[in-house]
Design a protein around this ligand. Structure first.
Ligand code: FE2
Length: 425
């Protein structure tokens, strides 16, 4: 007797299978002819492992307009606004906003999130709040925290000390922001320093790296060197990497093999960077996205991150990783059928690899977490960003939604409209 049986769904690889769950693990996959306490009919629906977001800022989420709206729309004004807000936001404020966001995430099948926590203020209220959120959502969301020195490791007196304090309090991942240090040299030194801290503590390392339109911001080169030196490999991720968009092509031809050699991963954040970058340009305006397909061609693992929802940097957002994949697909021009399908993989498997999630997938023995989507394939899911009919986390159904089927009464003629359409590929 299984606890849950998801019957007849279409898996991301196009095969059809039943998935049987016992406790918090997948117990059988294929044709399952055994009773279960609950059966979900997923015939014709896409059944996928849950969505994963490897780059977010949950201490700032749902704070749009506080203390003011970001009028210029720039990264720098956003950092300034956040600098004011973090001094007045209480632990309770931050916990409340984050928990509301986590409810949104669950409803969208987003069950693992890596969030950067600002460690700049000496009070470290953001760290305290996010540790509490992590504890509260642990039964259904895997939350990873990054010690993120938003104002620079060396640019404030206690920047470095506060990163260490946050790690000592239980934060999981070492952060960094080299392009925001005072000089290129101090940025490079911060990379060497932080890599050593990550290696010494056996932690992962995720850096806001070169999030700028400056083609000469080249900290990713130093980061890749340090990742190779310390053998961090997949445990290290470069977030944003937008300067690579503007770099000289000859230099990039040297840089990309260095990144590939290091084994580090990359996390572009298309919703945010398409709106924040290029703000100093007249025309043509740069797209502000790193070189996604070019990195993938060299075997570098690239995911898509969400970064922000309703905060000083971004006035929209829904917790839907398919919105992120949809935007990334457009900005990176990933329109070949294989590339569209890859965009779905990027917000599931690739992001899970970046976060190092244990037991992620739909195989026997994997963690029993999955999402049933009102779509026929991964590509159709990216196109429709459809309803999440069922979300299962660690063996339990945590969200469900009735199928969306619009009814028309045109000319007195009843009809129903479904946007699903399986096209030949
Ligand atoms: Fe970020």
């Amino acid at each position: 007797m299984f606890d849950l049986l998801v019957r007849g769904g279409t898996l991301p690889d196009g095969t059809t299978a039943d998935i049987a769950i016992k406790g918090d693990r997948i117990a059988a996959v294929g044709h399952v002819d055994a009773p279960a306490a609950r059966v979900i009919d997923a015939t014709g629906d896409l059944v996928a492992p849950p969505f994963v977001d490897p780059h977010f800022h949950m201490d700032a989420v749902l704070s749009y307009g506080l203390p003011r709206v970001n009028a210029s729309g720039t990264l720098l004004e956003g950092i300034g606004l956040w600098g004011e807000l973090r001094e007045v936001a209480s632990v309770e404020d931050m916990v409340d906003r984050a928990l509301r966001y986590c409810d949104w995430a669950v409803s969208m099948g987003l069950l693992a999130i890596r969030t950067h926590v600002d460690t700049t203020p000496d009070h470290l209220r953001g760290v305290e709040a996010m540790l509490e959120v992590k504890r509260r959502v642990a039964p259904y969301i895997d939350l990873q925290l990054v010690a993120f020195p938003q104002d620079g490791l060396y640019r404030t007196k206690t920047g470095r000390q506060n990163v260490i304090r946050a790690l000592d309090m239980g934060v999981d991942v070492v952060g960094g922001i080299p392009h925001f240090e005072r000089t290129m040299e101090e940025g490079a030194e911060s990379m060497r320093d932080l890599a050593r801290i990550a290696a010494d503590r056996g932690l992962m390392w995720d850096v806001h790296c070169d999030e700028t339109d400056d083609p000469m911001s080249r900290h990713v080169e130093t980061m890749a060197r340090e990742v190779t030196r310390h053998g961090l490999g997949l445990r290290a991720a470069g977030s944003h990497l937008t300067s690579m968009h503007s770099m000289d092509n000859y230099y990039v031809s040297k840089l990309l093999p260095l990144i590939a050699e290091s084994g580090m991963t990359a996390i572009p954040n298309p919703l945010i960077n398409i709106t924040l970058q290029g703000r100093h340009d007249t025309f043509p305006k740069r797209r502000g996205l790193t070189r996604v397909k070019e990195m993938q061609a060299l075997g570098i693992t690239v995911g898509w991150g969400q970064d922000c929802v309703l905060d000083p940097w971004y006035s929209l957002g829904t917790a839907d990783m398919l919105d992120v994949a949809f935007m990334g697909l457009h900005v990176a021009q990933m329109t070949h059928p294989a590339e569209m399908a890859r965009c779905f993989t990027m917000v599931t498997e690739c992001n899970a690899a970046i976060m190092g999630l244990e037991g992620y997938g739909l195989g026997v023995g994997d963690r029993a977490s999955l999402v049933v989507l009102d779509a026929g394939s991964p590509t159709e899911a990216v196109r429709l960003r459809p309803d999440r009919l069922f979300v299962v986390s660690k063996g339990k159904v945590v969200a469900e939604k009735a199928r969306n089927d619009s009814r028309l009464t045109l000319d007195g003629r009843p009809a129903s409209v479904r946007r699903r359409h399986v096209s030949p590929t």
